[in-house]
Design a protein around this ligand. Structure first.
Ligand code: F6P
Length: 368
């Protein structure tokens, strides 16, 4: 298949810190590979409004460190209708766009797939590539989406602050974090802040079970009689009870047990705070690397792929075995690790050779 020559890029759905880094990498790598890259404002909505903007190197200078997305984003429910997608395809054809990088979550990638459905394209040349971006980390077949790391850091910072006041007053806090129907942010940040409990939809606990667990955590803190024993509970928004209702139920149960004044409960909803802020170094790197591969796929004539981020997956058995407790962790022979360290530092390991080679490949884009 012929590679894309004029590439459009859009950000769609809930914005995520790092989206700008992906836009920038799309513009710079596309240009370095001889393609013209243009931005589309406000996701599919902007596409329907024919809202195109140039993305020359000067337009993307300095955006790497900015949160949100310079292109703007939107949710576009109408895109589920074929007539609406026909309109979008006609605009892309008029603009001469034959490749599209879609940076967003599951709804955005569904839209991309439908837009480039061969049954609907009717011969129009349009290649699409998806770049996963959503603080929710709810996309399959990628270990990370753009924005998750920054969101997690924001939650940790907020919870550390809440912990200060909670500790000073011996209080129990229920902190709600975003994530839509996915508990990833709640689970991981609970570990990172040393929370007493994480409440997430995947556990499928009933409300009475949840209340029991919170009350048990609060009572345990009281029994331990530690001064400044704070209780921190991280609740995913996907757990379908509001923090206020939860607090009311927990307080009622504590009152029934005669514990009501022992530890006071308070609630905080972090809400959209979690979605903002400057992207972390990891999110900038992740976004740049995913977009680099997405553009290269389009230039090579590949379509319908999401660029996934997966940790190195396999090691030879004599070097290490995958942990039965965590698929991301391996038990590696220390001697083998040290020998490979020497290779790595001497530029002899496949990984260090790849690192050097990959840099050569993107150098042209970086120098633009
Ligand atoms: O998908 C990202 C997300 O921030 C979810 O965590 C949250 O449920 C939703 O978007 C909020 O959407 P909106 O900004 O439209 O209120």
């Amino acid at each position: 298949m012929q590679g894309a020559k004029r590439i459009g890029v859009l950000t769609s759905g809930g914005d995520a810190p790092g989206m700008n880094a992906a836009v920038r990498a799309t513009a710079l790598v596309g240009r370095a590979l001889g393609a013209e890259v243009v931005g589309i404002e406000r996701g599919y909505r902007g596409l329907l409004d024919d809202a195109f903007v140039p993305l020359a190197p000067a337009d993307v200078a300095g955006i790497l460190r900015e949160g949100g997305t310079i292109l703007g984003s939107a949710r576009c429910k109408e895109f589920h209708q074929k007539e609406v997608r026909d309109r979008a395809r006609a605009i892309l054809a008029k603009r001469g766009i034959d490749g599209l990088v879609v940076i967003g979550g599951n709804g955005s990638l569904t839209g991309a797939l439908k837009l480039a459905d061969p049954a609907e394209l009717g011969g129009q040349a349009l290649l699409i590539a998806g770049v996963p971006a959503s603080i929710d980390n709810d996309l399959g077949h990628t270990s990370r989406a753009i924005g998750v790391d920054t969101a997690m850091n924001t939650i940790v910072e907020a919870c550390d602050k809440i912990a200060d006041t909670a500790t000073a007053h011996d209080r129990a806090f229920i902190v709600e974090v975003m994530g839509r129907d996915c508990g990833y942010l709640a689970m991981t940040s609970a570990i990172a802040v040393g929370a007493d409990l994480a409440l997430f939809p995947e556990s499928q606990k009933t409300v009475p079970e949840i209340v029991d667990r919170i009350v048990a955590a609060v009572s345990r803190a009281r029994v331990e009689k530690l001064r400044g024993r704070r209780v921190l509970i991280i609740k995913a928004e996907g757990v379908k009870i509001s923090v206020d209702q939860l607090k009311a139920k927990v307080d009622a149960e504590l009152r029934m047990r005669g514990d009501a004044t022992a530890i006071e409960t308070r609630v905080t909803v972090l809400g959209h705070v979690v979605r903002g802020g400057r992207p972390s170094a990891f999110d900038r790197l992740l976004a740049s690397r995913l977009a680099n591969v997405a553009v290269r796929a389009l230039r090579a004539g590949t379509s319908g792929k999401m660029v996934a981020w997966m940790p190195v997956t396999e090691l030879p058995l004599e070097i290490g075995i995958r942990s039965a407790h965590d698929p991301y962790c391996w038990l590696v022979d220390i001697t083998a690790a040290l020998a490979e360290t020497d290779n790595l530092l001497a530029g002899k390991s496949p990984l260090s050779r790849w690192r050097a080679g990959a840099f050569d490949e993107i150098e042209t884009a970086m120098l633009l």
